[in-house]
Design a binder for this molecule. Structure first.
Ligand code: ZN
Length: 136
C-alpha cells in the first residue's frame, strides 16, 4: 500500500499503530477502504472497553489465499475481551475482500480465478498484472 495511505492510517488511528508507522499493513491500495473500516471498528472497541487501550494494535494485515487477513495483537489479553460485534465485523470484512479488487478497489466481477497468483482482482487489474509479469 502506498506510503500516503499508510501515513494517513497511522495518523488517524495512533493507538492502533503505536510505532507511528503502519508497517504492519502489507496489502494493495484497493483494500485501503477495508483496512480503514477495520480500524474504525477497532476504534469503537477501544472506546467501549478501556482495558484494551494501549494493548491492542494491528500485528499484521496481509493477503493470504486471495483474501485479506486482519491480525491484531492483544498483548497478553485474551480473545474473549473483544465483543462479538467486532469479531463478526472483522470476519465480514475478510469475506468481502474476496469481492474487492486488491489493486483498484473495484467490486465489479472480482474473482480469485484466472492466470497468475491467487489474488482477488477485477479483470482489468488481472490483465495488467499479467502484462507486467510477462514483460520481465
Ligand atoms: Zn482492479
Amino acid at each position: 500500500m502506498k506510503d500516503e495511505y499508510l501515513r494517513q492510517l497511522a495518523r488517524e488511528f495512533p493507538d492502533q499503530f503505536p510505532d507511528g508507522q503502519a508497517y504492519s499493513i502489507n496489502v494493495g491500495d484497493g483494500w485501503y477502504g477495508l483496512v480503514r473500516e477495520a480500524c474504525v471498528k477497532l476504534q469503537h472497541e477501544l472506546i467501549d472497553n478501556p482495558k484494551l487501550r494501549g494493548r491492542t494494535s494491528w500485528f499484521q494485515i496481509k493477503e493470504k489465499f486471495g483474501g485479506i487477513r486482519l491480525n491484531y495483537d492483544l498483548r497478553g489479553l485474551s480473545g474473549p475481551m473483544l465483543s462479538n460485534s467486532f469479531l463478526d465485523a472483522i470476519s465480514e470484512i475478510e469475506r468481502r475482500s474476496f469481492k474487492t479488487c486488491e489493486d483498484c478497489g473495484s467490486c465489479e466481477a472480482v474473482t480469485t480465478e484466472g492466470p497468475g497468483w491467487l489474488r482477488s482482482l477485477c479483470p482489468k487489474c488481472r490483465e495488467e498484472m499479467w502484462a507486467r509479469r510477462s514483460r520481465r
